[in-house]
Design a protein around this ligand. Structure first.
Ligand code: NDP
Ligand code: GDR
Length: 365
């Protein structure tokens, strides 16, 4: 039985990856940091009482900013594979917490690599680093592939740039099996509520339900290559099963503006929205976005732009070329954007239903 250690196990990707590895028969250890409230809802279905026999899923308290703790967990668990998914992963928030982001996302990766060397595991343990399409930042080339130059545009991306190169350096310097997956945006019903896709699908459900009037967003013109997290964790696993350690871009190859994601999400509930123009009011820029639904009032403004959500430096266009992953890993995404939007909206409708406020299943088209 192989043993895997996942940092960030209670995040979106950690939850899908833990499920996948358990299905494959792994012993899975997860690192989660202490929080004042229980925040394991994404992995609660995987939880096993540690007092039972043959437990294959265990959680350990840990933090990417604490080397001693990482060394101890690795020593105890002796993993065959480490998936380093833990990070302060919100690009906008990284402008507010740049030093912490550098510490957790950049130096945190170094701490794991060094822990393997200190423990003499550098030839045994394979390590996956969660790199990101944010490394490409300001467009140098489209579509973006493994050889495209990096130009990070946020403290988050700069921290991840360090993590990318320290992973490459430890591979070259010490012969470690250390790989970067350069993953483009991937979403799911488990996506954090403040990332744009989930923010939209939740708001669409709430607006249709009459619980919210208007969705305030930032840059509607940004374009992202959105895939499904379930497909992307499969790629992470495949990256660590190759003969030779290498870096891979994982993407769908299709890019979509934020405003089209908004349209698609409303359309799932039978509400057609139209962006009819821009103006200025006391809140700043307003994009008129009206709808054709009797349910919520024909012509009602359902989306506005709040400049509060603009970033000091933005990444305008991401579109990935995953040819290398398709050919070398045999990786193919199973979901397209339409399927993803459908699943996310349906999930948010159900979540609001669970709160018992109102039943509106009939709205799902
Ligand atoms: P999430 O934000 O959902 O999960 C991040 C996880 O990291 C959470 O479990 C979080 O714990 C944990 N974490 C944060 N800071 C620390 C710390 N200091 N010590 C220990 N754990 C910490 O991210 P995703 O699952 O979406 O992404 C996984 C990884 O992949 C991240 O590194 C992200 O940067 C990267 N990535 C994500 C992409 C995407 O589109 N989703 C694309 C490319 C890369 P807590 O719940 O306590 O906050
Ligand atoms: P991103 O994801 O920054 O690409 O990072 P996010 O969903 O936050 O933003 C995508 C684009 O949408 C625009 N946008 C808004 N974003 C948010 N969060 N909230 C808004 O109201 C809003 N309005 C418009 C943004 O400006 C941006 O252009 C994600 C994270 O998962 C990273 O960890 C990961 O590395 C990258 O994807 C790949």
């Amino acid at each position: 039985m192989k043993t895997a250690l996942i940092t960030g196990v209670n995040g979106q990707d950690g939850a899908y990856l833990a499920e996948l590895l358990l299905e494959k028969g792994y012993m899975v250890h997860g690192v989660k940091r202490r929080s004042s409230l229980i925040n394991t809802h994404r992995i609660d279905h995987l939880y096993q009482d540690p007092h039972e026999k043959e437990v294959r899923f265990r959680l350990h308290y840990g933090d990417m900013t604490d080397s001693t703790n990482l060394i101890r967990i690795i020593q105890e668990t002796q993993p065959d594979e480490i998936y380093n998914l833990a990070a302060m992963s919100h690009v906008k928030v990284s402008f507010d917490t740049p030093e912490y982001t550098a510490n957790a996302d950049g130096i945190g990766t170094l701490r794991l690599l060094e822990a393997l060397r200190i423990l003499g595991l550098e030839k045994k343990t394979r390590i996956y680093q969660a790199s990101t399409s944010e490394l490409y930042g300001l467009v140098q080339e489209v579509p973006q592939k493994e050889t495209t130059p990096f130009y990070p545009r946020s403290p988050y991306a700069v921290a991840k740039l360090y993590a990318y190169w320290i992973t490459v350096n430890y591979r070259e310097a010490y012969g470690m099996y250390a790989c970067n997956g350069i993953l483009f945006n991937h979403e799911s019903p488990l996506r954090g509520e403040t990332f744009v896709t989930r923010k939209i699908t939740r708001a669409v459900a709430a607006i249709a339900l009459g619980l919210q009037d208007c969705l305030y967003l930032g840059n509607l013109n940004a374009q992202r290559d959105w895939g499904h997290a379930k497909d992307y964790v499969e790629a992470m696993w495949r990256i660590l099963q190759q003969d030779k350690p290498e870096d891979f871009v994982i993407a769908t190859g299709i890019t979509t503006p934020v405003r089209d994601f908004v349209r698609m999400a409303f359309a799932e509930l039978g509400i057609m929205v139209e962006f009819t123009g821009e103006g200025i009011n006391e809140r700043g820029i307003v994009v008129a976005c009206t709808n054709d639904s009797y349910q919520i009032g024909i012509g009602k403004q359902v989306v506005s732009v709040d400049p509060e959500y603009f970033r000091p430096t933005e990444v305008e266009l991401l579109i990935g070329d995953a040819t290398k992953a398709r050919t070398k890993l045999g990786w193919e995404p199973q979901y397209d954007l339409q399927m993803l939007v459908k699943e996310m909206v349906a999930n948010d409708v159900l979540e609001f239903e669970k709160t018992g406020k109102v039943q509106f299943e009939h709205l799902i088209s």
